[in-house]
Design a protein around this ligand. Structure first.
Ligand code: V47
Length: 370
């Protein structure tokens, strides 16, 4: 970290002392950090916290993304992935299509399958149970991270069940973790503008609380750089921090920079590089109870993701393969990275690569076997 005098000159004296003492920052501190003109000083503060927690370790995962469908009833303006049923470009996979995708990569040492889709108007819960069971049969050791809190609430609505009942059924079929998507920004103002039909912020947090109480860990995201204010970003982080105090179920936080192409968000160009790095650093500093911060290379681009490892992030996500949500919105990153590329990127940035599973435990040889 830079000398205390630097932070004093920036008016960040109090924050510097709080961070050094491991004390919690409040929303006003967060705003001061966002408004700090010295990006390197801000990054150094977050980097100190990152080094304290993880040393020079940077995590990555060998994973596979599967999108079972992009058909969605919600119509969120920021989403370039969604289609109405029957619209050109709409797709939905059957259980055997999903099995075929898993089989295609059976020779790869994958430890995590990340499966999400849109809020499909007809697909039934039993289809999703069948998908999970089928994957489990052919890859018995892989960890299944699937369905956002928004999808869980949608399944519950279609089935006339509670979200807790849906979670229990999916857990019995093999679901181990929920990905962090669908959180966007919790602000009701922004949700009214961009995704009025989607599960609201309180609903998202409620499903996550239920999942955590059932022993299903999850990640959390924040989509930023569209219509939200800095205060709304900080309120979002604070809501996650409060739930985490209660449940301890969040494993990793993922700030997602908005990709504007092919979306219907007027006048939004997505965040600048400086804004992305600031948001990464502020997230690390505010979320004192969430262990990991992910620089998701798909949305950041590989180059900025590498730099973000010096701004509080300790994870690069994974090999991915066939990512659609970011790429359909214009993300110009590659489709996938090999394990070797990920390790080289991490080493070149000055860190020690460690392969993890979805819970951030060291990847096990047994998972590689199947
Ligand atoms: O929920 C949608 C976001 C999310 C755009 O949990 C967009 O490990 C940018 O949640 N520009 C899906 N973002 C991705 C996601 C995720 C990815 C990797 C790992 C994990 C994890 C979770 O992408 C959506 C939405 O918030 N999104 N459209 C867009 N135009």
């Amino acid at each position: 970290m830079l000398p205390g005098a630097v932070y004093k000159s920036l008016g960040l004296d109090r924050i510097y002392h709080k961070v050094s003492a491991g004390q919690r920052l409040d929303l006003e501190d967060g705003l001061r950090l966002f408004r700090c003109g010295d990006l390197v000083a801000l990054g150094a503060l977050a980097h100190q916290v990152r080094l304290r927690r993880h040393g020079r370790t940077t995590f990555y995962v060998v994973n596979q993304h599967i999108n079972y469908s992009n058909v969605c009833v919600n119509g969120c303006l920021f989403c370039a992935f969604r289609r109405r049923k029957g619209e050109p470009g709409a797709f939905e996979l059957t259980v055997s299509d999903v099995v075929a995708k898993v089989r295609e990569r059976l020779q790869d040492p994958i430890t995590e399958i990340h499966m999400v889709g849109g809020c499909h108007p007809e697909l039934r819960l039993e289809t999703f149970e069948a998908m999970l069971r089928a994957i489990r049969r052919i890859r018995p050791h892989v960890h299944l991270k699937a369905f956002t809190a928004v999808e869980i609430a949608h399944f519950a609505h279609l089935e006339g069940l509670s979200t807790r009942e849906v979670l229990l059924r999916l857990q019995a079929a093999g679901l181990e973790m929920l990905p962090g998507g669908g959180a966007e920004v919790f602000s009701p103002r922004v949700r009214r503008l961009l995704c009025p039909n989607k599960l609201d912020g309180d609903g998202w947090l409620r499903v996550m609380r239920e999942a955590h109480h059932l022993g299903i860990k999850s990640n959390a995201t924040m989509l930023f750089g569209h219509k939200e204010t800095l205060e709304e970003r900080l309120e979002h982080l604070d809501a996650l921090r409060r739930l985490q105090d209660e449940t301890g179920g969040f494993v990793c936080f993922i700030p997602l920079p908005f990709q504007p192409r092919n979306t219907e968000v007027e006048g939004a160009r997505g965040p600048s590089g400086v804004d992305i790095l600031k948001t990464m650093a502020v997230s690390r500093l505010m979320l004192d109870n969430i262990p990991h911060i992910k620089a998701y290379w798909v949305m950041l681009g590989v180059k900025l993701a590498q730099v973000a490892l010096h701004f509080g992030a300790d994870d690069l996500d994974g090999t991915v393969v066939e990512e659609k949500i970011g790429h359909m919105a214009g993300a110009d990153s590659d489709d996938f990275l090999t394990r070797e590329t990920l390790e080289n990127l991490i080493r070149e940035a000055g860190f020690d690569p460690v392969e993890r599973n979805c819970f951030f435990e060291p990847a096990q040889a047994s998972a590689h076997a199947g």
